[in-house]
Each structure stands twice: as structure tokens, then as C-alpha cells.
Design a protein around this ligand. Structure first.
Ligand code: ATP
Ligand code: MG
Length: 582
């Protein structure tokens, strides 16, 4: 069933409850205000038709998610529909691989275009006929200037452009040349079709913009049928119009193109969708341009489009982000008309809120230190009950094996504990989560003086609880039974860039200068409790005290588990909100 067509469906999304219904109570943003007013005034007969129009020249990223949630969200909330339209007008940069990934990502985010899957390339014939119509009306001409000459004659913001010497060709000559362009008679780049508008317009987009260019490259859908391809500024309004789009929502950089959008539809006298611009999403520590992301992939700075450090939806998915968290984020950032940069910590906050509700808690030791419980019977093991999710009693409990030899984190022991360090130290007692109190009796070191083992005693009377004599410990640490432990690789991630603004670089450098050399740390020989080996890729889990993790969907092997750290437990955004008194 299509989410976009039914409001109840959207509300029924799994896990979509708290965050999203909370958002519904907020005042309408300016785009929703326009839509609501149009419905009230009957402007489109009450219809609401939006579209998400990606160009299939890269993978979708978190910025696209904002646009997707806005377009599909509006359609869902106002009882309309949202189209997925591939804006595939440039055969040289586009690939089927991208088309498939985009569909997968939109679906994964929880949206459904139903039957409304379109391609601008489906309209090539219609676009061509409309172009002839413009020629016949004296509104378009074939121009023989090269791209450089067109640019050079275009003028500047302060100077008007100069008219092309081909501007006043007759309709007959234009039609003839345009048809021969289509037939493939001319070299790539030798001619264009241009709109005849105004070379002196203060808006550069109206200075006889190019509508068609010759590109002799096969198209991923139309093959060799065409060698002329429409420009975005022409294909887009016409595609919107043909689909009956009512609100054509796009990002701010198209504001200056709106007069051209309107011009095309007015000249053709066809259904006139309303273009509305909103500010694109920018995130700290993140580059969002497809060109830059492609560079990172091509240069091998990351392992691919789905590298867990990438802001792409497939990267975020592999990292362990949930669609619910991303939708919640998109609804919280709101929609405005002025550019701003959102703190990455806010995205992580939305993620933690969601994972906190749904992730099972398990124990894993990332940097193991061996502990031998000297008074625990050799060869004995027992099963201890552990709570899967204190936030969700329905998640139940599980059994965790305990034995004489354990692993704890190296970090949870200090030979000389600093002030306020309450974890294990010589002579000190701590609680093992769900197990017993243990006391460090002896420290074993190797020849180099490194601590390699602790010899401890346990108190059988403290099983799963407190000491009967009322004695207290100041710390509880996690652990894994050595005999039952599953060794694994765990990958820890940090931001790809060291600066909040990756483009903040010295003169002559680019974003490469801010790449974070420590954005990936791979730990091998980590020790997992057995239940973690059963986790499905895609299921979020919390490693107690360490953060949220997920099984890597690409490199995971049943015999060699690989986990990605999704996010740590420390919520800096919650602190910021608190300090603001929110
Ligand atoms: P380019 O056009 O440079 O290839 P793009 O990011 O604009 O890159 P499109 O495929 O054209 O890519 O984008 C599809 C839709 O997503 C457009 O409507 C665009 O405005 C919107 N979009 C792209 N980036 C963002 C962003 N950072 N925030 C919000 N919307 C975005
Ligand atoms: Mg674009």
C-alpha cells in the first residue's frame, strides 16, 4: 500500500510513533502552509501532487532524505501523491546502478511511490514536440555558437549579454536545423537550441538559455534513439507539468531559475506547477556534493558509496542508522527558506533516541584483559540471566554463560587508579554485570611489564545482586566468558573530516586537506558474548557501556563476525538542548 496516499499508513510506520507524531503537533512550515492554503482556496481543486526528482548520477545522501521526507511527507499528510521521477537527461553521467540504489533507498526510508515511477526520458518525444512548438512560435532558435562563445556573450551581472548572430533565423530554417540536429547530422557541441527570451535580462538564466544540446552518447533507457538531449531547466518544468505536479519543491539554488521555469510553461500554455524553494540541508563535518562524494569513492578515501562514514543513505544504513531515526531527524530540522548548517550531533541524538528504544543490550569486550577467578571451580560454567532491553520489557531476558576465565576491558583496570576512578584496581572490588562481585588479588605481567592477566576472587553470595552483608562497590563492569567468547572484528568510526566545515581550507587547497586520518579504527580480537554471533545484519544492538553497534552487512561471516560502531552513548546534543533550557 502506498504510504504517500494514506495518512494512517504513515502513522502506522513501525517505530514511527513518538518522534513523528510529536512533529505533527508543530506549526506548519512555510511549504506546508502554502499547500494547506492552496487546499483551502481550492487552487488545484484540492489536489496535492509532489515529486522527488533525483538525477541518477550518484547515491542518495542525508540531504536528499530531507527532500524525500518533505515531498513524500506532504503528499501523505495532505492526502495527495508523490512521484519518484528520475531526472535522466544527461546520458554521460548517469547509470542504471544509481537508479536501482535510489529506488532501494527511498523504499528503505519508508516511502512508496506506488505506480508513480517516472523518467524524464519517457518524455523525450513530447519534449521534442514542445520544442518545435516553441520554434514555430518564434520563441526558440538553433544557435551555431560554441559553448565557450555562448558563455562569453552571455554578459555578467552588471553587463547585458550580446545577441547571437543566429538569433533571428526564420522559423523554417530553425525547424529544419533542429530536425537535422535530431537526425544526427551535426557534431556534438556544434549547435544548440536556445530559448529566445532577453539577452539584457538582469536574470542571467533568461539570457537565451540553451534548451537542447547534441550529445552523441547512448542513454541508459533510450539507447541510441536520441543524440539531442534537453537541458534540466527545460525538461524539469515540462515533466512536472505532464505529471500534473501541483507543488514542485526544490532547493534554494533554483530560485533564480524560477522565471525560466515559469516562462517555459507559459509559452507552452500547459499545466503550470508552482515551484517552491527551500534551504538545502547542510551538516557539520560532512560534504554533501555528489561530485565530492564521488571523488572520495574514486580516490579510495572510503571503501565505496556505502562506506559507513559516508553521508549516503546506504552508508548510514550500513553504519546502523535506522529509517525511523532519519525521518525523525528530517522532521525536527524543519523546512526554512534561509541556509543553515545543522549540527551532526543532532542527527546522532535522533539515532540514539530510536536505538535506545529498540536495541538489545549485550556484552562485548573490545580490548580484552584476561581475568581468572581463582576460587571459581575449574571446569564449571553457569548461565546467568540478563535483561535484553530495560526500555522494553517485552524484549525479555537471555542467558549469559559465566566461567572461571573471563575477559574485561583493559580500560576497566588500573594498576594505580587515579582519583575518582572506581573500577578495578589491586585489592579493589567491583560488580560484574548480571554476575558477581569480584576482587583483584594479583596482577600478572609479561616480560615487558605489560599487565596480561588479573587473578581475582569472587563472592558466590553476590550472584546477580547485592552483597548480603550490605557492602557496596562503586562500579559495575561488563565481561565475557573466555570459554564461550566469539572473537570478532569491530570497526570504530569518526567523522570523515576534522573540521565542522570541511571546505574551510587554506588558499589553494580543497576539502582533502581536512580529511580525518583517524576516521576508521579497526579492532581485531574483540570478544563477544555468544548471543551476539546470532545478531542479524541490520539489527542494532547496544554493547553495554560502549555504544550502539550493528553487524556489517557486507563483510560479516558466520565464522568471523564484523561489527560497526553506529554511535557512542554520549549524547552531546541532549546536553546542548538542556543548556538551552529546552
Ligand atoms: P547535482 O544536481 O549537483 O547532481 P543534487 O544533490 O542537487 O546534485 P539531485 O539528484 O538533483 O542532486 O537532487 C534531487 C533532489 O534532492 C533535488 O530536488 C534537490 O534539490 C534535492 N536535494 C539535493 N541535495 C539536497 C540537500 N542537501 N538538502 C535538501 N535537498 C537536497
Ligand atoms: Mg540537482
Amino acid at each position: 500500500m502506498s504510504l504517500a496516499n494514506n495518512r494512517e499508513d504513515r502513522d502506522a510506520l513501525p517505530g514511527g510513533g513518538a518522534g513523528e507524531s510529536g512533529a505533527a503537533a508543530r506549526p506548519l512550515d512555510f511549504v506546508r502552509r502554502i499547500v494547506a492554503d492552496d487546499i483551502a482556496s481550492g487552487k488545484w481543486g484540492g489536489a496535492v501532487v509532489t515529486r522527488f526528482p533525483p538525477e541518477p548520477n550518484g547515491y542518495l545522501h542525508i540531504g536528499h532524505a530531507k527532500s524525500i521526507c518533505l515531498n513524500f511527507g506532504i503528499a501523505a499528510e495532505f492526502g495527495g501523491r508523490c512521484h519518484l521521477r528520475f531526472d535522466d537527461t544527461n546520458p554521460t553521467k548517469e547509470e542504471v546502478e544509481y537508479v536501482e540504489s535510489i529506488k532501494e533507498d527511498v523504499r528503505w526510508l519508508g516511502w512508496d511511490w506506488g505506480q508513480h515511477l517516472y523518467y524524464a526520458s519517457d518524455y523525450f518525444e513530447q519534449l521534442y514536440e514542445f520544442a518545435e512548438q516553441l520554434i514555430r512560435a518564434g520563441k526558440a532558435y538553433v544557435c551555431d555558437l560554441s559553448a565557450d562563445e555562448v558563455r562569453e556573450m552571455r554578459g555578467t551581472l552588471t553587463e547585458p549579454g550580446r545577441e547571437s548572430p543566429y538569433r533571428n533565423r526564420s522559423v523554417e530554417e530553425n525547424l529544419d536545423l533542429f530536425r537535422r540536429m535530431r537526425a544526427g547530422e551535426f557534431e556534438e557541441g556544434s549547435r544548440t537550441l536556445r530559448a529566445k527570451i532577453d539577452m539584457a535580462s538582469p536574470n542571467l538564466n533568461l539570457r537565451d538559455p540553451v534548451l537542447y544540446r547534441i550529445i552523441k552518447a547512448p542513454h541508459h533507457r533510450t539507447g541510441d534513439a536520441w543524440c539531442i538531449y534537453p537541458m534540466y531547466d527545460y525538461a524539469h518544468p515540462v515533466s512536472d507539468s505532464l505529471e500534473g505536479v501541483t507543488h514542485s519543491i526544490c532547493t534554494l539554488e533554483f530560485e533564480d531559475h524560477r522565471p525560466l521555469y515559469d516562462w517555459c510553461l507559459e509559452q507552452l500554455g500547459i499545466h503550470h506547477s508552482q515551484q517552491i524553494e527551500f534551504a538545502r540541508l547542510n551538516l557539520t563535518y560532512t560534504v554533501m556534493s555528489k561530485r565530492k562524494l564521488l571523488t572520495l569513492v574514486r580516490e579510495g578515501r572510503v571503501s565505496g558509496w556505502d562506506d559507513p562514514r559516508m553521508p549516503t543513505l546506504c552508508g548510514l544504513r550500513r553504519r546502523g542508522y535506522t529509517p525511523e531515526a532519519i525521518r525523525d531527524f528530517c522532521s525536527r530540522i524543519g523546512v526554512a527558506k534561509n541556509d543553515s548548517v545543522v549540527d551532526y550531533a543532532m542527527l546522532e541524538h535522533c539515532l540514539r533516541e530510536d536505538l535506545n528504544r529498540r536495541a538489545r543490550r549485550m556484552m562485548a569486550v573490545l580490548r580484552p584483559l584476561r581475568v581468572v577467578i581463582t576460587n571459581y571451580p575449574e571446569g564449571q560454567t553457569e548461565q546467568l540471566e540478563a535483561i535484553n532491553n530495560p526500555e522494553d520489557p517485552s524484549a525479555g531476558t537471555r542467558q549469559v554463560p559465566f566461567g572461571r576465565v573471563l575477559y574485561i576491558e583493559q580500560d576497566d583496570f588500573r594498576e594505580v587508579p587515579p582519583p575518582k576512578y572506581y573500577r578495578l584496581a589491586p585489592g579493589r572490588e567491583v560488580r560484574l554485570r548480571y554476575a558477581y562481585f569480584i576482587k583483584c588479588e594479583e596482577v600478572v605481567k609479561d616480560a615487558a611489564g605489560q599487565v596480561v592477566e588479573l587473578r581475582c576472587t569472587y563472592d558466590p553470595a553476590t550472584r546477580g545482586g547485592d552483597a548480603p552483608d550490605g557492602r557496596k562497590v562503586k562500579a559495575t563492569i561488563h565481561w565475557v566468558s573466555a570459554e564461550h567468547a566469539v572473537p570478532a572484528e569491530v570497526r570504530l568510526y569518526d567523522h570523515l573530516f576534522t573540521k565542522p566545515d570541511p571546505d574551510d581550507v587554506p588558499e589553494g587547497e580543497d576539502f582533502h586537506a581536512n580529511l580525518n586520518p583517524d576516521s576508521l579504527e579497526v579492532l581485531t580480537g574483540c570478544m563477544l558474548e555468544p548471543a551476539l554471533a546470532q545478531v542479524r545484519p541490520g539489527e542494532p544492538v547496544q554493547f553495554e557501556r560502549l555504544g550502539y553497534f550493528c553487524a556489517d552487512n557486507r563483510d560479516w561471516r558466520p565464522t568471523a563476525p564484523v561489527f560497526n560502531r553506529t554511535v557512542t552513548l554520549r549524547d552531546t546534543w541532549a546536553k546542548i538542548e538542556k543548556s538551552l533550557g529546552k
